[in-house]
Write a protein that binds this ligand. Structure first.
Ligand SMILES: Nc1ncnc2c1ncn2[C@@H]1O[C@H](COP(=O)(O)OP(=O)(O)OP(=O)(O)O)[C@@H](O)[C@H]1O
Length: 263
């Protein structure tokens, strides 16, 4: 089994429909994966499995060397960083940005201690600084803009020094400046040899940061392609994935895609 993540013939069936359909996919240490696919393809469902929050209907899953179904998931979850919109509702709006990141160290969402370990606080501040949030650590989480919240959640996901970092649409809803700022920060993370293995769900190839190494494309719960970005991120694969003819351009270490004109 692969070090970081291994899915073998994994399916998730709800109401007679396979949301994830016999998916086999693995992540080895140091790899940074992009997950692309149309709305409803099963991307978030895959991340829920990878983060051990969802147990599949069939197939085998191993995360960080532990087989789902045979491991204490609470212990396993502390080794996985997860940042996605599903966290927004769980984090109290009145907590400060610093508290929001600090609580992750205790596997909690709500602050309950009067004082935190100084080293935890130092780590939280350093991670917030890395995500461009140094000036906002005392602000209430609920008052942040979309981009600021996303950057806070990534700092939070990194708080436990995870071995696997899962990002669900980190750039969704950001304006052009916010997206480019985030892509730069994710690029720095992806190119940091000490950063965890990563998997990031995105809807847009423009959001793929330099340093991402592999791509998984899914459509209707099935794997269309999985492998190195250099060989698998092609106009042909992308067109199949999204179900319409697309052109794809590479500009150095960034990408852009467009639909072909009608007619
Ligand atoms: N509990 C459930 N019962 C039935 N269907 C579900 C359930 N949860 C999710 N689905 C469906 O499963 C499919 C896959 O959902 P998922 O959120 O994984 O897709 P996604 O690729 O992340 O989509 P998006 O890009 O729109 O966020 C969708 O059609 C969704 O409606």
């Amino acid at each position: 089994m692969s070090d970081v993540l291994e899915l073998v013939d994994v399916s998730v069936v709800r109401e007679g429909r396979a949301l994830v359909d016999q998916v086999s996919w693995s992540i080895s240490e140091g790899e940074r994966w992009v997950i692309l696919g149309p709305n409803g393809a099963g991307k978030t469902t895959l991340l829920q499995i990878a983060s051990s929050y969802l147990f599949p209907t069939s197939g085998k899953v191993s995360v960080l060397g532990e087989k789902l179904g045979e491991v204490d998931v609470f212990e396993l979850r502390s080794r996985i960083g997860l940042a996605g919109a599903s966290m927004f509702d769980k984090l109290p709006a009145e907590q400060t940005v610093l508290q929001t990141v600090l609580t992750a160290a205790y596997g909690m969402t709500v602050s309950w201690q009067e004082t935190y370990d100084q080293s935890d606080e130092g780590r939280a501040l350093a991670l917030l600084d890395r995500m461009g949030m140094a000036g906002l650590t005392a602000r209430k989480f609920g008052t942040l803009s979309e981009g600021e919240r996303k950057r806070t959640l990534i700092a939070r996901a990194l708080m436990t020094d995870p071995e696997l970092l899962l990002l669900d649409e980190p750039a969704a809803g950001l304006d052009l400046g916010g997206r480019e700022d985030l892509v730069r920060r994710l690029g720095a993370l992806a190119q940091d040899e000490f950063a965890p293995s990563m998997a990031m769900v995105t809807h847009h190839v423009e959001e793929i940061a330099p340093g991402f190494t592999h791509v998984l494309m899914i459509r209707q719960g099935k794997v269309l392609t999985a492998g190195p970005i250099d060989t698998e991120l092609t106009a042909r694969n992308l067109s199949k994935c999204f179900g319409l003819p697309l052109t794809l351009e590479r500009h150095g270490d960034r990408w852009s895609a467009q639909g072909l004109p009608l007619g």
